[in-house]
Design a protein around this ligand. Structure first.
Ligand code: GLP
Length: 251
């Protein structure tokens, strides 16, 4: 795994956007795996800025999101559909029918999972998957204990994940308790992975990812076994400086 240390969150976001842009420029029909959460928001802002300044085109790019809550409509401000439209899709020239996110309102959710994996395969897999890191080591919504060979599946969120994500909702009771997520098996099939980590509060998780033995109780540890992973992490996440950092919803 290659680790790139940046000064701060802004710097991490700029480097991440540059990293993604280089790939898209070298392969215009790029299959890009996307993540949500607070961490990639400014990376997406940088992609938008570049699109406005340099007209980088997404006409041939296809995107696949990692996960979606079960039970939220696409218009719900807390759904990942809404998040992606707001933070990226509505501001670049990507055709709507080339952006894929699991449907958390599908009548047959099991079938939705199978079809999502089939769709990714139909597009010959993901060229670059962007990931964030949960405090408990989750990637996508793969919580501790998830078997490494799982493909896209339905999960019940860990209490700690519900608590961590409650900051985006009016109250913790509003946080859905279930989600559809690409499995570790699906994520590991990506040709390349870019993991973004920011902030003191992610320091312990990043240390475990880098140094613990690979184990299902810390899902992100599996990344040690992927051949092409780059981690862009800020100083706070790498060094774990003893400082309080406030983090507002979606920055
Ligand atoms: N399902 C998402 C993940 O895709 C995200 O990467 C992670 C970290 O989120 P954040 O970047 O807000 O810390 O947790 C969420 O629950």
């Amino acid at each position: 795994m290659k680790v790139i240390q940046t000064k701060n969150y802004q710097d991490m976001s700029e480097k991440a956007a540059q990293f993604i842009l280089e790939k898209i420029k070298s392969k215009p029909d790029f299959q890009l795996g996307l993540a949500t959460g607070g961490t990639p928001v400014t990376t997406y802002q940088n992609l938008i800025q570049d699109h406005q300044t340099n007209q980088t085109s997404y006409q041939l790019v296809t995107t696949f999101n990692l996960d979606e809550y079960i039970g939220l409509s696409n218009e719900d401000p807390n759904s990942y559909h809404y998040y992606m439209n707001k933070h990226l899709f509505s501001e670049i020239d990507i055709p709507a029918d080339q952006t894929f996110i699991p449907n958390g309102l599908a009548e047959d959710l099991e079938r939705e999972c199978i079809e999502y994996d089939a769709l990714i395969s139909k597009y010959n897999g993901i060229d670059l998957q962007i990931l964030g890191l949960g405090h408990n080591g989750h990637i996508g919504f793969n919580e501790p204990g998830t078997p490494f060979d799982k493909q896209t599946h339905i999960v019940t969120l860990a209490d700690s994940t519900v608590e961590a994500n409650a900051r985006f909702f009016d109250s913790i009771e509003d946080v859905p308790t279930q989600a559809i997520t690409m499995g570790i098996g699906s994520i590991m099939k990506s040709k390349e992975i870019l993991l973004l980590v920011s902030g003191r509060e992610k320091h312990e998780a990043l240390q475990k990812l880098l140094h613990d033995e690979v184990n299902e109780l810390f899902p992100a540890s599996i990344l040690q076994r992927h051949k092409n992973v780059t981690i862009i992490a800020d100083e706070d996440a790498i060094i774990g400086k003893d400082m309080m950092q406030s983090k507002s919803a979606y920055r």
